[in-house]
Design a protein around this ligand. Structure first.
Ligand code: SF4
Ligand code: SF4
Length: 326
């Protein structure tokens, strides 16, 4: 059972601004609005920039974290020039070609969805018609050592390592598209600017939102990282993939109980016009800061254990069919 016995560290709480991170995120708001730029945006473009800088500085005191999050890490090629002639194929043919390229170049997951207003952070403009979301699997044995610490930073280092892989994956894919004569822009993480990847990833069939506020995928559970490419290449789009993780989360409390600061809500909350699973930012972030990116909720989620997600999908979809008499 949960201890929830973590006392927030003044190293971070002293840097909280007057406004709650949950207010910035839109907790309790029943009307729609775009997401506000927040954590992982430039320090001077968000309310919690000083806190973010302190978290990053603290993590960089770990030599292993410093090494994996360094700008010297291999994060992929610079943008190629856009070829002057557009090669013509059908949207279905291009989607198949893009998927084949991505899966051969470090991506483990790929989904395509039309751009929507809700994917674009307030204050930014983005006119690219299509979003390609890429997923890169994390090594579960590393992730499962969460929470990371200065003595054992394995889980935090794995997060950084796979953000670097995801960066290479999206930059290589963007260059492939540019070489076919179409516009393409790569969006590596963890830093963000205009594009909010998570809602696009849900619509593109990469995963369902779990109670822990992260995605659950039917193969990798929550043990993966995202990057994206936006483009004007004509591409056949994918759809939301229902794996019935929603049904599982409704009766599971594993992440709620495992989260030391008790940051995970047990009930869905209104967030900018949508009722959904939500994590209390103000409670999570001091622990996330203290533990070099935490990751407990991702690692403990039953779907993340290798080989489990496909079985759970089959089981939960089967249960749903029985309930509906199908
Ligand atoms: S990252 Fe850690 S502190 Fe934050 S919600 Fe997950 S388990 Fe809780
Ligand atoms: S641990 Fe359980 S409740 Fe939490 S996200 Fe995973 S399945 Fe859902």
């Amino acid at each position: 059972m949960s201890k929830h016995d973590y006392t927030p560290n003044p190293r971070f709480t002293d840097l909280f601004p007057d406004i709650s991170g949950n207010a910035v995120n839109g907790l309790g708001e029943t009307g729609y609005r775009k997401p506000s730029p927040f954590f992982w945006h430039p320090h001077d473009k968000q309310t919690h920039g000083e806190l973010q800088a302190a978290v990053i500085d603290y993590h960089r005191q770990s030599p292993e974290m410093c090494e994996v999050f360094t700008p010297r890490a291999d994060r992929g090629p610079k943008p190629a020039g856009q070829a002057p002639v557009r090669i013509k194929k059908s949207p279905e043919e291009w989607a198949a070609a893009v998927k084949e390229f991505a899966l051969a170049h470090e991506s483990d997951l790929i989904g395509i969805t039309p751009m929507k207003d809700e994917y674009i952070y307030e204050g930014y403009e983005l006119n690219d018609p299509t979003v390609i979301i890429l997923g890169v699997a994390m090594d579960y044995q590393e992730l499962n050592q969460a929470p990371a610490s200065f003595e054992n930073p394995a889980a935090g280092v794995e997060v950084g390592r796979q953000y670097n892989t995801a960066s290479r994956a999206c930059r290589n894919l963007a260059n492939y598209i540019l070489e076919q004569g179409y516009y393409a822009k790569a969006w590596p993480g963890p830093y963000a600017s205009a594009l909010s990847m998570m809602p696009a990833a849900i619509d593109a069939g990469i995963g369902e939102l779990g109670k822990h506020g992260s995605l659950i995928n039917g193969t990798y559970g929550s043990s993966f990282r995202l990057s994206a490419v936006t483009t004007d290449m004509p591409l056949a789009c994918d759809n939301f993939q229902d794996i019935a993780a929603e049904d599982f989360c409704a009766n599971c409390q594993v992440c709620v109980n495992a989260c030391p600061p008790g940051a995970i809500f047990t009930e869905k909350q209104w967030v900018r016009g949508v009722k959904k699973w939500y994590v209390d930012f103000d409670k999570c972030i001091p622990y996330f800061g203290d533990t070099l990116a935490c990751g407990i909720c991702l690692a403990r989620c039953p779907w993340s254990k290798p080989g489990t997600a496909p079985k759970l999908t089959e089981k939960m979809m089967g249960r749903r069919a029985v309930k509906s008499g199908g």
